[in-house]
Design a protein around this ligand. Structure first.
Ligand SMILES: *Cc1c(COP(=O)(O)O)cnc(C)c1O
Length: 366
């Protein structure tokens, strides 16, 4: 037998997700495991959202309304934009995938991003048979827009930037993004992935550019600040014409009925939202200061995680293992070409303290 497998698909390996809590519990016989590896909300699901989920569970037998119009309406009102410009999906992953398939013609168009970048841009471009062109970030993880521009030509359908960036936490101001957007050729859409924007200062938010600059799109998600990673909800704000095409080709029921209800509830829970931001900023300052005192290099972060570089070469691997065996999961960055660094999600105050005390214990045993 020789089945046909598309050339683009041969040689694909599956997405490498962070380790799961259950996996680690089982492997090391632990009762409690703390996961600071996937930038989830340490407060969990908002109480208001929990209530709605319980109340609406009995709707699970129904098909959702195609296109999740109630959520689109709630979002339009919440962020203050025409609902015709909003496209929701099963995680922003789905919207990114759709966008590439709708805008980029295989073997003709290209997509441009920095290296490293969010892996979904790469895998979905590859799956579509669309060329992905990348240029390295600066050594300090800042963006060199001139270098990005050098890769762009009249066949560039999309440019992706992540702001604040993952895994560095670096952010560019909206003025810098506007200046870059103005230099792009016509027909090229600049996609600003704002998965972590809630944790960033106001000057980094691009939303106010959408009216004046027509070639900018923004991606957002409910996976981080809103604490709903497991329900898979993301959305993009696009020029109306593009949004219209995305909605025409999207699978009709991509957002499930409970996800839609949960997202609407989460949007209205201002108290939980504010608490999440406050907790994250406090934890970020605490971890940055403690890691610096211990000799680690910590990048300045506008996100709900920090990027830390170990003080000595060869320390990252054994330290990671030491933490894992004691029930603390953080994110190694070899897949980003950063063997000596970690990305650590900001946890609850006691989780952050536990992490620091474990690291002190490790250092004292060396
Ligand atoms: C976490 C993250 C997302 C969110 O993806 P979902 O599919 O909505 O969970 C998007 N972009 C980046 C860069 C991220 O880190």
């Amino acid at each position: 037998m020789k089945f046909s497998i598309r050339e683009e698909v041969q040689g694909f390996s599956p997405y490498e997700a962070g380790l799961s809590i259950d996996e680690i519990k089982q492997k090391y016989g632990l009762e409690k495991v703390i996961k600071l590896a996937s930038n989830e909300n340490p407060l969990g699901v908002s109480p208001k959202t929990m209530k709605v989920l319980e109340k609406k569970a009995n709707l699970a037998f129904r098909y959702p309304q195609s296109g999740s119009p109630s959520l689109v309406e709630a979002l339009a009102k919440n962020i203050g934009i025409d609902k015709k410009r909003i496209v929701v999906g099963n995680g922003s992953d789905e919207v990114i995938d759709l966008l590439i398939r709708v805008m980029a013609e295989p073997k003709i168009h290209n997509i441009v991003a920095f290296e490293p970048c969010f892996s979904i841009y790469c895998t979905q471009a590859k799956l579509c048979g669309v060329e992905l062109r990348r240029t390295p970030l600066n050594a300090d993880f800042s963006f060199d827009f001139d270098k990005l521009l050098n890769l762009i030509d009249e066949k560039t359908a999309l440019v992706f930037i992540t702001n604040p960036d993952n895994p560095s936490g670096f952010a560019v101001t909206k003025e810098e993004i506007l200046a870059f957007a103005k230099r792009l050729p016509q027909n090229c859409l600049l996609v600003v992935d704002e998965a972590y924007i809630d944790f960033a200062e106001e000057k980094y938010h691009c939303f106010s550019l959408l009216e004046e600059q027509k070639n900018i799109a923004i991606m957002r998600t409910f996976s981080k600040c809103f604490g709903l990673a497991g329900l898979r909800i993301g959305y993009g704000i696009f020029p109306e014409e593009i949004a219209d095409y995305l909605c025409r080709v999207r699978l009709p029921f991509s957002l499930n009925i409970l996800a839609e209800e949960a997202a609407i509830a989460a949007l209205s829970d201002n108290e939980f939202y504010a608490k999440t931001i406050e907790l994250t900023k406090q934890g970020r300052a605490f971890l940055t200061s403690e890691f610096t005192k211990l000799g680690f290099k910590v990048l300045s972060s506008q996100a709900n995680f920090i990027f830390v570089v170990t003080p000595t070469t060869g320390m990252a691997k054994p330290l990671f293992q030491f933490l894992l065996e004691r029930g603390m999961i953080i994110r190694t960055l070899s897949s980003y070409g950063q063997a000596e660094a970690f990305r650590i999600s900001i946890g609850l105050a006691e989780e952050n303290e536990m992490l620091i005390s474990l690291i002190k214990e490790y250092i004292s045993t060396c």
